[in-house]
Design a protein around this ligand. Sequence first.
Ligand SMILES: [Fe+2]
Length: 341
Amino acid sequence: MMRLSTTLARGFAGLACLAASGAFAEGVVNVYTNREPGQYSATLDEFTKATGIKVNAIFSEQGLAERIAAEGDKSPADVLITVDIGRLQQAVDLGVAQPIRSEIVAAAVPANLRDDQGLWTALSMRARTIYTAVDRVKDTALTYESLADPKWKGKVCTRSFQHPYNIGLTAAMLVKHGEAQTKSWLEGVKANLAKKPSGGDRDVAKDIAAGICDVGLGNSYYVGLMANGKNPDQQAWAKAIRPVLPTFEGGGTHINVSGAVVAKHAPHRDNAIKLIEYMVSPGAQHVFADVNYEYPVRAGVPVNGLISSFGELKPDLMSVSDVARARKRASELVDEVGFDR
Ligand SMILES: [Fe+2]
């Protein structure tokens, strides 16, 4: 059996690692990623087994697109794999992406989940759900707009609204309803908060379990990670909530994506394309569904049973690129209403 050769390194230690592992050799592909290595390193190992192409992965929480830009045409980066449409758009805006020319990717991923110029492709989807207290909330259908309803006064929890997940939602609200309505929505949700925005999405479930709030925003996959993870506290938080797939009024559910970019100066462009083709193959899409609890982008790959128990996902059909462009204004509005203060 072939030795697993994925190199997972962190931050600047990763650079030295890349040099030492022959970043410019032939049978390799260099991946810059802000995805937690545990989430899909098995997929990268499988890719190496299937193709003989060694994967050098550098993990860093942020700043990867900027780093590729700073490295210029000497950058060893072949592929950027990242979470959130904003980070994919940033790679495009910084000019570090090149079109992904692949009939396999085009056939596997619906057009609305790819950049119109082919500069990025989604690899998986996640829904922005509303976690509700299983013992205190009867509603099984909610809209995002309804989080501003005074009936939730003192009952809403959320992480910072400057976090990319909530900026994405606010940007989608802007695309849907325009500025005046989005601003009053933000004011209404803020007025309903049980506590100052803090923590992450899992903390929303924790606070609901503790009776601090009754409803809150959280991504779909955290429910699977908490329920089936090893931490008994988190298992209890997952039991305390019933996730609802909300919709926009007159629309669908807000989704965000994980995705991939081929770096403009990729030294191994063919290998980069092969890796992305592998990530949208049925096998890798199963990993996104069953290990990460994400929604596969490839039709025919089943959603994990726990996630499908929330109901059928009907994503809002607005253009993901439009949402990406509205993010800056969304962030300004969040500040203008003092949401996080
Ligand atoms: Fe997350």
